[in-house]
Design a protein around this ligand. Structure first.
Ligand code: FMN
Length: 300
């Protein structure tokens, strides 16, 4: 029996994403079982930007380890989240912000079949939510087999109508066959990573917002041709590049230690400016701040 694990970010029980995934599981047939992780029920604390997990263990004592081991032991994974104000809701972001932890297991997560399912209430109003979920899959090292946006506002609407039913089938087929399927064969995709969100930089310059690589495009007889070149930092184009990136991040610790004294005086000078307004419960906030200040700086 194969296991499909759905990481669900909706606070609804059940929400459209969950209903959609249950319908997908019904299509998968008897060789598969669906395991649902409602992220809202799990203790996922924010990344503290300490980078400790790159060297030893993450200091957060929460459920991340358990979720990662379930991802690793699954045969396929679905990342599912609702659109809130044009982006994926914050629960999925909180999960993916802990992604430095994934590097310890990257060889076990690499190339795992994954799908992304974005739900949205209004046709065409998913904003950048789909990009966030595709990115979540890639950051986990997954092989993105299908990425769909499912429209429906009230729980249940996600599986109503021909279009949504065909998306259920498309996602199920891609999982069963381990084959990349697209809900829009005409969409223009990045030749490096398959992403379909771009920033037009002026002239013919374009950047893929999924893999962050830049290149150019041209239009010939109504067809768009993209040429995107890999840049210096690659997060997920190959396993080796993901491993190399983790190694580069680790090497930054040495650089930080070299710069620390210089940075300290710059930080001290500017930190006299402004006043921090703490909430009423100041003690915990202060503790958190002290813990954070003693760690490495963010920015990579
Ligand atoms: C706070 C909030 C913000 C929302 N923002 C959007 C939005 O920007 N675009 C959209 O199409 N739908 C939006 N919706 C609708 C949900 O995306 C939609 O109901 C979806 O089916 C929810 O999926 P779920 O049931 O799996 O949680 C929003 C819903 C909420 C509660």
């Amino acid at each position: 029996m194969k296991t499909l694990t759905a990481l669900l970010a909706s606070p609804r029980k059940p929400g459209n994403g969950e209903i959609f995934m249950r319908a997908v599981a019904r299509e998968l047939g008897s060789g598969w079982q669906l395991e649902i992780i409602r992220l809202i029920e799990w203790d996922i604390r924010p990344c503290r930007a300490c980078y400790s997990c790159l060297f030893e263990k993450c200091p957060q004592r929460d459920d991340m380890g358990e979720i990662i081991s379930r991802v690793i032991s699954s045969d396929a994974v679905a990342v599912v989240a609702p659109t809130y104000f044009l982006g994926a809701n914050s629960l999925i972001k909180r999960f993916i912000d802990r992604g430095l932890m994934f590097y310890e297991f990257i060889d076990k997560m690499w190339d795992k079949p994954m799908v992304s399912v974005t739900t949205a209430g209004i046709d065409g109003m998913e904003g950048y939510a789909k990009l966030m979920l595709d990115s979540a899959v890639k950051i986990m090292g997954g092989r993105l087999l299908a990425s769909v946006v499912v429209y429906g506002a009230f729980p249940g609407e996600a599986i109503i109508g021909e279009k949504n039913q065909s998306l259920v089938k498309l996602v199920a087929d891609s999982i069963v066959n381990g084959r990349v399927s697209s809900s829009n064969e005409n969409s223009i995709v990045c030749p490096l990573c398959g992403g379909d969100s771009f920033r037009f930089l002026g002239g013919e310059q374009v950047r893929c917002l999924l893999c962050s690589n830049t290149g150019s495009y041209k239009v010939d007889r109504g067809r768009v041709f993209m040429s995107i070149e890999p840049g210096e930092h690659q997060l997920f184009l190959s396993l080796q590049q993901a491993i190399d990136h983790a190694e580069w991040l680790r090497s930054m610790k040495k650089r930080f230690l070299q710069l620390r004294t210089e940075l300290k005086s710059i930080v001290q000078e500017v930190s006299r400016v402004g006043k921090i307004i703490h909430p009423k419960e100041t003690k915990k906030v202060k503790e958190d701040e002290e813990a954070r200040d003693s760690q490495l700086p963010s920015g990579s």
